[in-house]
Design a protein around this ligand. Structure first.
Ligand code: RIB
Length: 360
């Protein structure tokens, strides 16, 4: 219960202290408690009554006093800082992933440093070194660059998303094999015979590569030719468009496309429409990722929905467990869902998915 009379007195007294450089003892004097008590309130250490906490916090607010984080770090040997490395927050999948990671870390009281590595190995290296220099307590890595030597020697808690870094670094991913199987089967069930998979090569990412493997396997099971068009993850947009134009030139009879991400699917959809294909009558298209922004911008697009929020909260949980020295599984695979849409012909049911969380 807040004692309003005490707080009012503190607020009044505080006005006279604002102009000088503030110290812990100023807060203590204003709140009428010892320096040790102020320090315990700031660090939430020991047993404290709500009345004491309110008094100290009111004094800090009145003085606009901000605890010296550097001094705290020296004392606790922890920074409470977590580094997040992603390829680019401009990609809806990574933008949404970063948002959920940041929020889950915030909920646990961490501060976050976000780095866009922009598919540049040198930039990722530089960021890594800066993050280590800031003594981050842990790292969440979702970048797509080739293996960096730094990860082999890093000796702090790390969790990877969609990416293999080192045998003892846990990976969180969605079920890419099952997702690609769902996508390919959805096209075959709807009568497609000439299906093309546009695939983003990704040497650092064995989980993502499962999509291509599943496509090949399902097509082989149905005795259909498995045609793939590859683009590099960091392929510039104009080059990507040219590659897809070539796909239509070389395969005018294409009747199904499984794109390994929604941005490519949206690009292919507009190129196909510009060439006069009727979607889904002549050509059916399915993407991958299902980020909120893409679903809103291209609502008609059928896609495989990755559980982005769950992937983020799970990665943060694993990191927290690792920082606490607890056991963590090396691989966690979360279920995906098929979202049908107007880019697929109607079959009856509207949603199927995988339903198990797999840990190893
Ligand atoms: O669109 C970005 C893609 O890269 C996603 O599919 C994600 O899984 C990552 O691998």
């Amino acid at each position: 219960m807040i004692n309003h009379v005490i707080i009012k007195k503190i607020l009044h007294k505080g006005r006279n202290l604002i102009m000088k450089k503030l110290k812990l003892e100023d807060v203590a004097a204003l709140a009428g408690v010892s320096k040790t008590t102020v320090s315990r309130v700031i660090n939430r250490r020991g047993s404290l009554s709500q009345k004491t906490i309110d008094k100290v916090e009111a004094a800090m607010a009145q003085l606009n006093y901000h605890p010296n984080v550097i001094a705290q770090q020296l004392h606790t040997q922890r920074t409470n800082l977590i580094g997040i490395l992603v390829p680019s927050v401009a990609n809806p999948f990574f933008g949404e992933l970063t948002m959920y990671l940041e929020d889950a870390l915030f909920q646990r009281g961490y501060k976050v440093l976000i780095s866009d590595a922009l598919n540049q190995t040198a930039k990722e290296e530089r960021y890594l070194s800066q993050l280590m220099g800031h003594q981050v307590d842990g790292l969440i890595i979702a970048t797509h660059n080739n293996k960096l030597e730094e990860y082999q020697h890093a000796n702090l808690p790390i969790v990877a998303i969609d990416r293999f870094l080192r045998a003892d670094i846990p990976v969180v991913a969605s079920d890419n094999y099952a997702g690609a199987k769902l996508a390919t089967e959805a096209l075959i069930q709807r009568g497609c015979q000439h299906i093309i998979h546009t695939y983003t090569t990704n040497p650092s990412n064995w989980h993502d590569n499962q999509r291509e493997k599943a496509f090949q396997a399902v097509m082989a099971d149905h005795h259909l030719p498995a045609i793939t068009y590859t683009t590099a993850f960091d392929c510039p947009p104009a080059e990507r468009t040219a590659r897809f134009e070539r796909l239509f030139d070389e395969h005018p009879a294409v009747d199904g496309i499984f794109a390994s991400n929604d941005l490519d699917a949206a690009r292919l959809l507009s190129l196909a429409r510009a060439r006069g294909y009727r979607v889904p009558a002549d050509l059916q298209i399915i993407g991958y990722d299902g980020a909120q922004a893409t679903q809103e911008l291209v609502p008609e697009l059928a896609t495989i929905i990755q559980p982005i929020e769950q992937m983020a909260t799970y990665a943060v949980k694993l990191l927290a467990d690792r920082m606490a020295g607890e056991f963590t599984p090396t691989s966690t695979v979360l279920p995906v869902n098929l979202k049908t849409g107007q880019t697929l012909k109607t079959l009856g049911s509207s949603s199927t998915g995988t339903d198990e969380l797999l840990e190893e």
